[in-house]
Write a protein that binds this ligand. Structure first.
Ligand SMILES: Cc1cc2nc3c(=O)[nH]c(=O)nc-3n(C[C@H](O)[C@H](O)[C@H](O)COP(=O)(O)OP(=O)(O)OC[C@H]3O[C@@H](n4cnc5c(N)ncnc54)[C@H](O)[C@@H]3O)c2cc1C
Length: 285
C-alpha cells in the first residue's frame, strides 16, 4: 500500500524534481542555502541503481541550468547507487556522477547510512576523493564509537564533513546510546572540525549544540565563513531563518521523490509528536 504524500509533505518538498525547484529557489531567495536529496536507499536491483544514477545526473544538469537561483549542492546515499549489490558497480556509478558534478561545479555530499555500510561508504569516499577534492564530502555520526578516528582522518585529508548525531538504530557495541554522551561527543568533534577541518557542516536542530557551537567559534575567533549550520527541510524553520539572520551559513537539506517512506519513518521516530500528527491525519481520512 502506498501512503498518501500529504503525510510526508511536512518533511519532503515534493514527489518530483519539478515540484522541488520552486521550494529550493524560495529558500535561496530567503538567504539560506540548500542541498537537494533525491530520496531512495538500499537498492537491490542494478537497473534501479542505474536509474537512480541517471536521475542524479539529471539533477546536476538542472542545477547547472538554474544559473545560481539554486545552490549547486546535492546529497546522496550510496546504497541507492548499488553499494549493497557490488561495491565496484557503485564506484563506477559514483565516478560518473562526480565527473558530471565537477564539470558543473556541483558539490556532492555522501550521506551516512547504517553501520552495515559505514566502512564501505568511507572506503568509496577515500577512493574517489583524490580525483574530486573540491566536489565530494562525507557525513560522520557522533553516536558511533569509531567516529573519533574518522574525524581525525578527514581533518588530515582535508575532506569536508557534515557532523550529525546519527539517525539509525545501532547496537551498543557500535554506538553510544545515551543522548548526554552523544551530545558530548558531538561537541568534541565540532571543536576539532571547526578548528582543523575543511568547511565543516554542523547539522543539528538541538539548541544546546547550536549555542555551544556559536560560543565556541566566538571564543576561538573562528570566522563565520569557515563552517555552516545545516538543518532538515520542515524542521525548526524559524530557527533556520534566525541563524541565517545572525550571519551564519545555514543550509537546508531538501529531500524529494516518491521513495519517501524510510526517510519519513526516521523523522517520525525522532519525535513522538510526529507520530500523533500522523495518527490524527490518518483518522481524518
Ligand atoms: C542536514 C542534516 C543532514 C543529516 N544527514 C544525516 C546522515 O547523513 N546520516 C544520519 O545518520 N543522520 C543524518 N541526519 C540526522 C541526524 O543524525 C539526527 O537524527 C537528527 O538531526 C536529529 O538530531 P538533532 O541533533 O537535530 O537533535 P534532536 O535532539 O533530535 O532535536 C532537537 C530539537 O529539534 C527538533 N526536531 C528534531 N528532529 C525533529 C523531527 N524529526 N521532527 C520535529 N522536530 C524535530 C525538536 O524541537 C527537537 O527537540 C541529518 C541531520 C541534518 C540536520
Amino acid at each position: 500500500m502506498r501512503l498518501p504524500f500529504i503525510l510526508a509533505r511536512r518533511f519532503v518538498a515534493a514527489e518530483t524534481l519539478e515540484g522541488t525547484l520552486p521550494v529550493a529557489r524560495r529558500i535561496k531567495a530567503e538567504g539560506l542555502s540548500t542541498t537537494l536529496d533525491q530520496l531512495g536507499e538500499y537498492v537491490s536491483d542494478r537497473d534501479v541503481a542505474l536509474q537512480a544514477r541517471d536521475a542524479y545526473l539529471r539533477l546536476v544538469g538542472t542545477l547547472a541550468a538554474e544559473n545560481g537561483a539554486i545552490d549547486r549542492n546535492i546529497s546522496i546515499k550510496l546504497s541507492m547507487l548499488g553499494q549493497k549489490i557490488d561495491e565496484s558497480f557503485c564506484l563506477d556509478n559514483l565516478h560518473r556522477l562526480l565527473a558530471a558534478a565537477r564539470a558543473a561545479d556541483v558539490f556532492v555530499r555522501l550521506d551516512m547510512e547504517g553501520t552495515d555500510v559505514t566502512e564501505s561508504t568511507l572506503r568509496l569516499l577515500e577512493t574517489v576523493h583524490p580525483d574530486y577534492p573540491d566536489h565530494v564530502g562525507i557525513v560522520l555520526q557522533a553516536y558511533l564509537h569509531r567516529t573519533a578516528d574518522d574525524v581525525a582522518r578527514m581533518c588530515e585529508k582535508q575532506i569536508r564533513v557534515r557532523l550529525c548525531k546519527g539517525a539509525y538504530r545501532e547496537p551498543a557495541h557500535l554506538a553510544h546510546q545515551s543522548m548526554d554522551v552523544i551530545r558530548e561527543r558531538f561537541l568534541d568533534y565540532m571543536e576539532t572540525l571547526v578548528t582543523r577541518g575543511r568547511y565543516p557542516a554542523i547539522a543539528t536542530h538541538d539548541d544546546l549544540l547550536i549555542s555551544k557551537t556559536r560560543s565556541f567559534v566566538e571564543s576561538a575567533g573562528i570566522s563565520h565563513d569557515a563552517f555552516e549550520f545545516q538543518m532538515l527541510y520542515g524542521i525548526r524553520t524559524d530557527t533556520q531563518r534566525r541563524i541565517a539572520a545572525d550571519g551564519f551559513g545555514m543550509r537546508v537539506y531538501v529531500p524529494y521523490g516518491r521513495q519517501w517512506l524510510p526517510y519519513y519513518s526516521r523523522r517520525l521516530r525522532e519525535r513522538r509528536e510526529n507520530v500523533w500528527f500522523l495518527v490524527r491525519n490518518l483518522l481524518r481520512g
